[in-house]
Design a protein around this ligand. Structure first.
Ligand code: UT7
Length: 345
């Protein structure tokens, strides 16, 4: 029997045509490293002020991983919490997808390191790189494997140690980013709804707006590339800002259109946590209320692929999201990439 769509809701995509097969998020988890870097501390490191950072971005503090803590360490903590909530053992996991721009090393994939550490012996594992949009890309890929009946249990992780690619002398960028990880367990749960639709987009013509030029085949690591700062993240802030608002609105509107629901019915909108002013501009354009938005960037900063994954976990655990609620995740990042996911919790 197919699940009954919620009142006033019709999903034109294949969701209800899969003979009862659905993709639900059955567990979420997140992890923030212990060390907190405040705006006051940043005032002592670069020419900035708490006032500038707070008014221009909304960020007050961010978490930084310890020197001996890598992306996979953060990811394992978040993954264990998500598996525990889902009541799933590591042996039951069929696939691990890790979205990150700060892998432990170029290869092997961080997902493989995590697979071993969790003891998920049966799982296939790979990394995906869609920058800050990576978690939504991961949800869509995981959902496809579940809906096609290839796998029953997929672990999607967004994890970053951005502090390693941050130029701590550049006030334009170093005040923005933080470290952390978030995870979700995707499973087929007959007669429930779960992921209703996921949209993804990209525009490589604007790749130069936000990038780390060094360390790949175009510009391998050399003494010169290190001296030139090519292994640090670079961003054209203003242009990135404009593109973020535009792309996040487009993705959110596409999700609403596909699901044929009004923004007022969405209980919680979880946007990529890059800048409070971006979130506010997106909210206004979508016609949402401040109460609908979930924001944690004041405490976390921008954690790229981990951003909405951490926020989703926090929103669930603090009771902001309840069973049956419609949730809209909206992301934007380097690539450019963007996306949105409508979820019935
Ligand atoms: O995760 C991927 C997506 N990321 C984003 O979407 C981020 C998008 N961009 C932004 O959030 C904003 O553009 C920033 C927060 C990065 C910058 O804010 P802005 O309002 O666009 O500032 P701006 O870059 O135009 O800089 C304004 C002024 C400049 O001074 P002058 O040239 O006007 O004298 C900057 O040098 O603010 C200066 N400034 C700072 N001042 C104090 C830049 N960074 C700082 C700082 N402290 N940390």
């Amino acid at each position: 029997m197919n699940p009954t769509p919620p009142a006033g809701f019709r999903n034109p995509r294949a969701q209800y045509d899969f003979k009862g097969r659905t993709c639900s998020i059955t567990g979420v988890g997140s992890y923030l490293p212990q060390r907190v870097l405040t705006n006051a501390e940043l005032e002592k490191m670069v020419d900035t002020t708490d006032e500038w950072i707070t008014t221009r971005t909304g960020i007050r503090e961010r978490h930084l991983a310890a020197a001996d803590e890598s992306t996979s360490d953060l990811a394992c903590q978040a993954a264990r919490r998500a598996l525990e909530m889902a009541g799933v053992t590591p042996e039951q996991v069929d696939l691990i997808i890790v979205a990150t721009i700060t892998p432990d090393m170029p290869f092997p994939a961080t997902a493989c390191l995590i697979q071993h550490r969790l003891g998920a012996r049966r799982a296939a594992a790979f990394d995906l790189e869609a920058a800050c949009s990576g978690f939504i890309y991961g949800l869509e890929i995981g959902q496809q494997f579940i809906m096609s009946r290839t796998y029953d249990t997929v672990l999607v992780i967004g994890a970053e140690k951005l502090s390693t690619i941050t130029d701590w002398r550049d006030r334009n960028t170093c005040v923005l980013f933080g470290d952390g990880a978030g995870a979700a367990v995707l499973q087929n749960r007959p007669h429930s709804h779960g992921l209703l639709t996921v949209c993804m987009g990209a525009d490589g013509a604007k790749a130069g707006l936000l990038s780390m030029p060094g360390g790949g085949s175009r510009c391998p690591a050399t003494a010169e590339s290190v001296a030139a700062g090519k292994h640090f993240l670079r961003m054209e802030g203003k242009e990135t800002f404009k593109n973020a608002v535009q792309a996040m609105c487009t993705a959110a509107e596409e999700s609403l259109r596909r699901c044929e629901i009004d923004i007022a019915r969405v209980a919680c909108i979880i946007p990529h946590q890059a800048n409070r002013r971006i979130i506010e501009a997106v909210r206004e354009r979508l016609g949402a209320t401040p109460e609908q938005m979930f924001v944690n960037l004041d405490r976390c900063g921008n954690t790229s692929a981990a951003s909405v994954a951490i926020a989703l976990d926090e929103a669930v655990r603090c009771g902001r999201i309840r069973r049956g609620d419609l949730i809209l995740l909206v992301v934007f990042g380097a690539g450019l990439t963007w996306g949105a996911a409508m979820i019935e919790w």
